[in-house]
Ligand binder design. Structure first.
Ligand code: CLF
Ligand code: SF4
Length: 519
């Protein structure tokens, strides 16, 4: 395994600020894929994309930020082998492209996977997407991957098929992908310059030969770009995932963003490197750090144009089940599925999803109504703030502070409230008691926020949060998040105007490394 971490050969890059500025000036997808895109991306809606594209994304939790509050996805771990090595991956762990570190509980055969999909679909009717994302690379295991898709297409045709790949084998499989009606493909692209790539990929295996160094990175980037172009030419929606590795590709990702935009990618998802020594990866063992929350946000903000950035990725396990941010995989082990009575009823699923859709429309309407109030504030003194929210989904403030394993982060200013990310945290309340150590890490994870919205919170954490300058707010319990965030912001600006408080900007925050502790 290639272990070099000093990079004397990387060509000098423009300073980050200059690159961010350049990226901010370069807005928009350069070519038009099927979307035709006046606008595209995860926060778009039916008003700014074609009906065909909206139909594809409206209930896909990864391709639509709005959908991720309401619809679930599942992965089946049918693809164990990989054809490349990434310095942030340890084969004992899930694919770091698409997963948080944590071993896959079970590798499945396509037949076992098909059974699991039916079991999950009948238990979680809002599960709309089946993804294959590892634990290796789906296209390094094409027989298992496509056999699984074939079985699902026959038994559960209402489920969308999705796959995630490193792209090396992609050009060889584009026709098959299209023939199975796989409408969503993610390619992990961390570089478009082999000089940078050689520090991320020690080797690739291509045409029965192992390639290393610059040659390996050059082949990989050429194959990724070719695969992306072939997919978008066929109208298949492509998302690009990039892992942000400070000091290696952080500045370069602006160039990656431009390259994938110009080839018609629908969405760009820049994710933080997850790197801890206990994962046993090259980067973990070499002490390569991941980005801070504000470093990640600055890069995402700079790259955001008409091609919106995905900011709600949870770096899921290769066997994840449930809403993004919740993990119900333990409910669906092979042993448990064997004992389940599985009744796949497409009609019940459709009816349930109609109710989910009404709930989603109510969320959108509530936000719109509050947004109209906001227009009275004009520029709101240029104030912008982040708010952390404890939520179990459905777009509501509905989680107890002590039970939250993550907080969703909303940015609010005179333009409105926008989801900009999430922060994993250690569970604060364990066995009925608050853990002081966990509270410190929670505060560090949301330290850049002015307030935290919760359904309920105890006296002790409330006091400590206040001391840290974060306002604990429980008055919006069980109300819609964005509507509440706008109401809070208007109230806040009113107090600033009245001289009751002084607005101060907040500091940076940590991105938690490693697996969270499940509730
Ligand atoms: Fe899975 Fe990926 Fe399909 Fe989603 S995940 S294969 S596109 S169904 Fe989603 Fe998970 Fe992020 Fe992937 S949150 S890691 S982006
Ligand atoms: Fe690991 Fe995925 Fe990279 Fe393969 S493509 S080495 S499985 S992170």
């Amino acid at each position: 395994m290639h272990a070099e971490t000093n990079h004397p050969n990387i060509q000098p890059l423009l300073p980050l600020d200059a690159l961010l500025q350049k990226a901010a000036e370069h807005k928009g997808c350069g070519t038009s894929s099927e979307g035709g895109k006046a606008s595209c991306g995860s926060s778009g809606g039916p008003d700014n994309m074609t009906p065909e594209v909206w139909e594809k994304v409206k209930n896909h939790p990864c391709y639509s930020e709005e959908a991720h509050h309401h619809y679930a996805r599942m992965h089946v771990a049918v693809a164990p082998a990989c054809n490349i090595q990434c310095n942030y991956c340890n084969r004992k762990y899930d694919c770091a492209n698409e997963s948080r570190p944590g071993v896959v509980s079970e590798k499945l055969t396509p037949e076992q996977a098909a059974k699991k999909v039916l079991a999950v679909a009948s238990t979680i009717p809002q599960m709309t997407v089946l993804g294959i994302a590892g634990p290796g690379d789906p296209l390094a295991n094409p027989d298992k991957t496509f056999k699984t898709f074939e079985l699902i297409a026959k038994t559960a045709p209402d489920i969308k098929l999705c796959l995630s790949t490193n792209g090396l084998a992609l050009p060889d499989h584009v026709d098959t992908i299209q023939s199975f009606n796989v409408d969503h493909v993610t390619i992990t692209i961390n570089m478009v310059d082999p000089e940078v790539g050689q520090h991320i990929y020690p080797w690739i295996y291509y045409q029965k030969k192992r390639w290393t160094g610059i040659d390996a990175a050059r082949i990989l980037t050429e194959r990724q770009m070719q695969g992306l172009e072939m997919l978008t030419a066929r109208g298949i929606l492509c998302k690009v995932n990039s892992v942000m590795i400070p000091g290696i590709n952080d500045k370069h990702l602006v160039e990656v963003n431009r390259a994938v935009k110009s080839r018609g990618a629908f969405l760009h998802n820049i994710m933080p490197l997850i790197s801890a020594p206990e994962h046993g990866t090259v980067f973990g063992l070499n002490g390569q750090r991941g980005p801070t929350a504000q470093e990640l946000k600055a890069l995402q903000d700079a790259c955001e144009g008409e091609m919106n950035m995905m900011r709600h990725c949870r770096q899921c396990r290769a066997d994840a089940v449930g809403l993004l941010g919740e993990d119900r995989s333990a409910e669906f082990t092979t042993e448990k599925i064997d004992q389940m009575e599985v009744v796949y009823d497409a009609t019940t699923r459709r009816e349930y999803q109609q109710v989910v859709e009404q709930e989603r429309q109510a969320t959108v309407a509530a936000k719109k109504a509050e947004q109209e109030q906001l227009s009275q504030l004009a520029d709101a003194e240029g104030i912008s703030m982040l708010i952390a929210v404890a939520t179990k989904g459905h777009g509501k403030v509905n989680e107890h502070f002590g039970h939250a394993t993550e907080f969703q982060i909303y940015e609010v200013n005179a333009k409105g409230a926008k989801f900009v990310g999430h922060r994993r945290v250690d569970l604060y309340c364990q066995g009925g008691y608050g853990e002081e150590d966990s509270l410190v890490t929670v505060i560090r994870a949301i330290n850049d926020c002015h307030a935290v919205f919760v359904a309920k919170i105890g006296g002790c954490p409330k006091d400590d949060l206040k001391k840290a300058g974060i306002d604990p707010v429980d008055k919006y319990a069980h109300q819609y998040i964005e509507q509440s965030a706008i109401a809070y912001f208007m109230d806040y600006v009113g107090k600033v105007r009245a001289g009751e408080i002084t607005h101060q900007s907040r500091g940076d925050a940590d991105i938690r490394q490693g697996a969270y502790i499940a509730a």
